[in-house]
Design a protein around this ligand. Structure first.
Ligand code: 0GY
Length: 309
């Protein structure tokens, strides 16, 4: 089946630079996607966008180029609850990828166990309205209770303005809860202002809640340019996002994850050079210990804890 990309769709950056930042051995890119290829793994009929194909082979080549050891592949909404592309990538990754699937209430126990055997360790609930249709909270809670005995966690994606309404639901979930992209703060607002304060309170008062300090390219208003107008030359990019991510890394060093978000769905203005995104890590995790926790210890513990080596 032939799929036509959403008009204006930006493909990933071709020929990303080699990062200057030296990733610690065993680093995990803990948020990235595979899309299709559509002729092998068709996009879901209910999808809100049609991406470019972004195969597992491309993803694994990027992993090696950037210097990561492993990936956590997150099911994107364009595949709905059809996790075949994800599971195929996991099964052929030689234990170098784990996954976060999207499941609905009709999923069988046998399907859950098959996904677990392939390397799925979580399920994703998406509250971003442009991406996913509404699912009743009761249904989501039912799913959370089904996946909890497998040791899986829940990944949640939402926009900061919706947190007050979602707060009680998130804090009642029975599993570890991982928030995508810091809960999408509006980075024009102060890092010590009331909006981000609610997110910080949720993390402070609920030790099962984690955050990905990812997606500066998605959250930034100033863009990738450093103060001197150059991109990345002084190692300072996406400087409006850095204070939010750094604050989380320093306050909750054992509950943060980092990922590229390759192939960067739905970016409208610019496509980041993934090498420069890796360089951004040095601005938000400023000591070797914080870097090791963010990139190695935290994701390995969450996704490879049952690994027998
Ligand atoms: C991301 C962000 C986006 C898309 C999805 O599942 C998805 O379609 O997550 C977005 O458009 O903000 O994390 O990949």
């Amino acid at each position: 089946m032939e799929f036509i990309k959403t008009p204006g769709w930006l493909d990933w950056y071709v020929g990303p630079s080699k990062p200057h930042f030296q990733l610690p051995p065993g680093s995990v890119d803990a948020h990235c996607h595979v899309f299709g290829p559509g002729n092998q793994f068709p996009y879901a009929p209910e999808r809100k966008y049609t991406p470019c194909d972004a195969s597992k082979d491309r993803l694994f080549a990027l992993r090696d180029h950037l210097g990561f050891d492993k990936n956590v592949i997150v099911q994107a909404t364009c595949h709905g609850s059809d996790n075949r592309a994800l599971v195929d990538a996991l099964r052929t990754s030689h234990n170098k990828a784990r996954g976060v699937a999207t499941v609905n209430r009709n999923v069988t126990d046998a399907e859950l166990h098959d996904m677990h055997a392939a390397g799925v360790r979580g399920t994703r609930f998406n509250f971003v309205r442009r991406l996913a249709d509404f699912t009743p909270r009761g249904v989501l809670l039912e799913i959370a209770n089904r996946i909890a005995p497998l040791g899986w966690h829940v990944v949640v994606y939402f926009e900061a303005a919706d947190l007050p309404e979602l707060y009680d639901f998130f804090t009642a979930l029975p599993t570890t809860v991982v928030v995508d992209h810091m809960g999408r703060p509006d980075v024009r607002k102060p890092v010590d202002g009331p909006e981000f304060a609610l997110f910080l309170k949720m993390m402070r008062e609920h030790s099962n809640i984690w955050s990905k300090v990812s997606c500066p390219e998605r959250l930034s208003v100033t863009g990738p340019k450093a103060l001197n107008g150059e991109i990345g030359l002084d190692g300072c990019t996406y400087r409006d996002v850095a204070p939010f991510a750094r604050h989380l890394v320093e306050t909750f060093p054992d509950r943060v994850l980092w990922g590229t978000d390759w192939p960067h769905p739905n970016l409208k203005d610019h496509m980041p050079d993934d090498g420069l995104l890796v360089d951004f890590i040095a601005q938000i995790a400023t000591t070797p210990e914080l870097q090791r926790k963010l990139l190695v210890d935290n994701p390995t513990g969450l996704y490879w804890s049952d690994d027998v080596t």
